[in-house]
Design a protein around this ligand. Structure first.
Ligand code: UDP
Length: 253
């Protein structure tokens, strides 16, 4: 049952409620899965619980290495307390290997290593299907400044190095991922921080040995049980929803 709180925003996979203090929000993870700009939809039982845990795990890890992000604490199985941010209307995509849209666009075989990590942007707009946009558009339309983009690339590459290492340690190749960035203000001073979520919904994850897909492509391409795939990722990382004392990185104060 949804809590009796003021709903601020409802997206495809999450709901945002007013938080207990100003500047905070409660992020609720739903079981809904969508793909191809919501043309394919389903309810995947347990996905929200897994993604809540997994996003907590990655955001806490990022905090520990000094990468600023919106996560404050997990509240329960499906909810976490986060900092309220103003979302930059971009999907920031980092790619290590060719897959998905870049493979299609450039006629590359999926899995081809890229010469270096590639950062690209889509304009967040469901009606338009989140079109790929160059920096020139972003700056001209005022979605972010050149300085913002420099900071965003630096953040994205730090997240990439962190996630690549964490996943590789449990036998998973991080092919690509998407993050979103938010603005927060300390007085007049604006900072950019990692926001939204980091979960197998927004990453491409392949088993290092077998190449088995452990991410939302399982749903997009009907490759089997999405819950099984996400559970496998959670198990390998030592993050399990049924465990009341999950193994997780301790937050260094
Ligand atoms: N991605 C995402 N949300 C989007 C679009 C992409 O989380 O709206 C993620 C996707 O899961 C993948 C990466 O960003 O890990 C790159 O996606 P791509 O551009 O290849 O698009 P797709 O093939 O997913 O349409």
């Amino acid at each position: 049952m949804a809590p009796r709180r003021k709903k601020i925003y409802e997206g495809k996979a999450k709901v945002l409620y007013e938080g207990p203090e100003p500047g905070t929000l409660v992020q609720y993870f739903k079981d809904d899965a969508t793909a191809f700009n919501a043309q394919k939809k389903d309810v995947i039982e347990g996905k929200g619980v897994l993604n809540n845990r997994l996003s907590e795990y990655f955001m806490t890890g990022l905090t520990n290495i000094g990468v600023p992000n919106h996560f404050i604490k997990r509240l329960n199985m499906r909810e976490q307390l986060i900092r309220q941010v103003e979302i930059v209307p971009l999907e920031v995509i980092v790619r290590n290997f060719a897959a998905g849209s870049i493979a299609k666009r450039l006629g590359m075989e999926e899995g081809t290593p890229l010469p270096r990590p590639i950062v690209e942007y889509s304009y967040k707009n469901d009606d338009l299907g989140d079109p790929l946009v160059p920096e020139e558009y972003i700056i001209a339309f005022g979605w972010a400044s050149q300085q913002d983009l420099d900071d965003i690339v630096a953040l994205a590459l730090r997240v990439n190095d962190f996630l690549t290492g964490v996943f590789y340690g449990v036998g998973i190749k991080l092919v690509d991922f998407k993050i979103e960035i938010g603005r927060v203000w300390d007085g007049d001073f604006m900072r950019l921080i990692v926001a939204d979520e980091i979960s197998p919904d927004s990453c491409r994850l392949w088993d290092v040995k077998t190449g088995q897909k452990l991410d939302k492509d399982v749903f997009r391409r009907d490759l089997g049980s999405l819950t099984d795939a996400y559970t496998e990722v959670a198990k390998r990382l030592g993050v399990l929803p049924t465990n009341t004392q999950p193994i997780k990185p301790t937050l260094i104060n």
